[in-house]
Design a protein around this ligand. Structure first.
Ligand code: 6R9
Length: 646
């Protein structure tokens, strides 16, 4: 496309960065030509107790098996904490910025080490052993990081569940991985409002069963019910344990964590990541993509409940001995200047956030940004969904004062780390493009039949070979892992994303091609929202699709058919929204509900989502062929009563 603006690499970046363009091309070619040699070398960036002799052992067909550095042993907490204490024990590991702007703390690597060891001993005292699953349902406080690293230290597998999920969603995740220990807080605090975490845990435990221990960190000191024999306050439990806890020696392929994510069908999948390859990949991408140098202050605004929080608040940065900022609050409280004030307060150099936040802040104009200095900023990052060029330009011009490159990083929970991204010293930028693959990543674009496309083209994005950070299985269901990602295109990992490649070989992610919608950077399976809706006694049938939303990227549009005898009303609309919030969590709230007497179905009974998407997009002029519908008249009613009108 000729009207695309291109931003050259600023001169000072070409000079200071680890990698320039020629170096990128050289390293990339080497990584693809000989992955064993490339990763054999870069695997050494972490400490190994027993060095690996094998590097890559992976196959995608006829079945799937992914192993990296398989005979090496290591420990993630050793690499993220212990090994830095000798060299830089006084350096700040975590800057914690509270919800309340008057509250912040610096935690040094030495302090982090003590806290993680103490937390590990509390877990052990609660009976947690190597291989056990621990569910973590926490606000953004340092104890969330301590708990995750404590699990890694003793070889337990954490499953962090985002604090915005409902008790039911939490219960499903506790039950799926049979986790008998839950770590939580009395309450969370966001935008000045309490979040009832412990009450949610109580409700979830009642539903899931099998939880024998709940460790409660005091955050607000609210009085919460404590179940005798099951619940303990962390501060009390910590008094009676030893200060020191050795690291378990873990195999490279031992599980590190499970993280549940939505797919196009069924309940959320437990994405399983392992130890060695994950850490090497998270650390290396963090260093090169953000061009992290010693002394930089780095801030990723994600929540630790998402993969971005795992890889780029915690594991990647800490493995690199970085200073990582952890923010408890929200970008709009106490004012829409909060992010920029935090940047000035802590002299943040690298800022990594989601397009939805940028679009929301754009709505308040430039003044709340411009009244702050942001002089410390050097690099900006984007993740979670495609960034529209307008938001990109605003981010670049207003937030970055036209001085800071933007790294638009494409990746997924499944990929463990960033796969397609600019490198700030190497890559010319085009607003809206995630640009080029990271080292070792082999993207391809295929058509519906799986034929690999050459040159400029559009189609489905697949990755032709493994990289060390890749997920290893769906927890408890390896067949589902194969069926979801490796069955569609033989021998390739299918991402679920559509993509275009331009004449410069740049990749432009166009969004999901499956029944997953991306609401404010959060993945939602339409099937999940549908099953929540039909669980309501007045609903007989529901179909959910995404539609373009100015701030959220995509909004949730639900078509609902009521039980016979039920009448549509505004009251019922509100009731259904509240119902879905309760069933799944606020991020799943439908934005628009259309009461529909019937849904468009084929004669075999399949809902024709293509038609529902078009109507939701207010683009019903192009409904295409409707002749296969069992009852073409339902479409006229749907169009007449559509909810999204320009
Ligand atoms: C890291 C994360 C993954 C899905 C992915 C894609 C979308 C993420 C993107 C992007 C365009 C980017 N996505 N980053 N689309 N440009 N820079 O977000 O993981 O929550 O698993 O979501 O998000 O559709 O498939 P996850």
């Amino acid at each position: 496309m000729s009207d695309v603006k291109v931003y050259d690499v600023p001169a000072e970046w070409a000079e200071r960065a680890y990698v320039g363009d020629a170096e990128y091309r050289r390293l990339y070619a080497a990584s693809i030509a000989d992955p064993d040699a490339f990763w054999g070398e870069h695997g050494k960036r972490i400490d190994w107790f027993k060095p690996y002799t094998k590097v890559k052992n992976t196959r995608y067909a006829p079945d799937v098996s992914i192993r990296w550095f398989e005979d090496g042993t290591t420990n993630v907490a050793h690499n993220c904490v212990d090994r830095h204490v000798g060299k830089r024990g006084d350096r700040t590991a975590i800057i914690w910025e509270g919800d309340n702007p008057a509250e912040s703390r610096h935690i040094s690597y030495r302090e982090l080490s003590a806290e993680v060891q103490r937390f590990a001993n509390v877990l052990k005292a609660q009976g947690v052993a190597r291989g056990d699953r621990v569910t973590i349902y926490m606000p953004m406080i340092p104890e969330a990081a301590y708990a995750m690293l404590a699990c890694a230290r003793i070889g337990a597998v954490h499953s962090v569940v985002f604090g915005g999920f409902s008790p039911d969603s939490l219960a499903g995740r506790i039950a799926d991985c049979a986790s008998s220990v839950v770590v939580t807080a009395d309450e969370g605090l966001r935008g000045g409002k309490p979040v009832p975490l412990k009450l949610n845990v109580d409700a979830a435990c009642a539903k899931a069963g099998g939880v024998t221990s709940v460790i409660v960190v005091r955050r607000t000191a609210a009085a919460v019910p404590m179940t005798a024999g099951r619940d303990v306050y962390y501060d009390e439990a910590a008094k009676s344990v030893a200060a020191e806890c050795p690291c378990e020696e873990m195999g490279a392929e031992d599980p590190l964590f499970i993280l549940y994510t939505s797919g196009s069908t069924g309940k959320p999948k437990g994405v399983l990541h392992t130890t060695g390859g994950y850490l090497v990949y998270a650390a290396m991408t963090h260093q090169y993509v953000f061009d992290y140098h010693d002394g930089d202050i780095y801030w990723c605004t994600a929540d630790v409940g998402w993969v971005t929080g795992h890889s780029y608040i915690l594991y990647g940065p800490l493995a690199n001995g970085a200073t990582t900022l952890m923010f408890e609050g929200v970008p709009t409280w106490p004012s829409v200047s909060r992010c920029w004030e935090v940047i000035d307060k802590h002299k943040v150099n690298i800022f990594y956030t989601a397009p939805t936040a940028i679009r929301a802040l754009m709505g308040s104009g430039e003044e709340p940004v411009k009244k702050t200095s942001r002089a410390s900023l050097r690099l900006l990052g984007s993740v979670g969904e495609p960034i529209n060029p307008e938001a990109w330009e605003w981010y670049h011009r207003v937030v970055g004062d036209e001085r800071c490159p933007i790294v638009d990083t494409w990746w997924q929970t499944e990929t463990g780390g960033i796969l397609i991204t600019p490198l700030p010293g190497a890559t010319k930028l085009k607003p809206g493009s995630a640009t080029r693959p990271f080292f070792g990543v082999k993207p391809e674009i295929v058509d519906a039949d799986g034929k690999v496309q050459d040159g400029p083209c559009a189609g489905n994005l697949v990755i032709a070979d493994s990289w060390p950070g890749q997920m290893r299985t769906v927890y408890g269901d390896h067949q589902r892992f194969f069926d979801t990602y490796f069955a569609a295109y033989k021998g390739k990992y299918f991402t679920g994303d559509g993509c275009r490649r331009d004449e410069d070989g740049y990749y432009w992610i166009t969004g999901r091609v499956d029944d997953v919608i991306n609401v404010s950077g959060h993945r939602m399976g339409t099937a999940e929202v549908e099953s929540a809706l039909v669980a309501h006694e007045k609903v007989s049938e529901a179909a959910v699709v995404g539609y373009p939303h100015d701030i959220k990227g995509q909004g949730i549009y639900a078509y609902v058919t009521l039980m016979r005898g039920e009448e549509p009303s505004e009251g019922l609309r509100k009731e259904l929204v509240a119902w879905v919030r309760k069933e799944i969590g606020p991020i799943a709230s439908p934005d628009l509900i259309q009461f529909a007497p019937g849904l468009p179905k084929t004669r075999s009974g399949k809902i024709m989502r293509r038609i529902l998407r078009k109507i939701a997009e207010d683009d019903f002029g192009a409904l295409g062929d409707t002749s296969t519908l069992a009852d073409p008249a339902v479409v006229d009613d749907l169009v007449a009563n559509r909810q999204n009108r320009a």
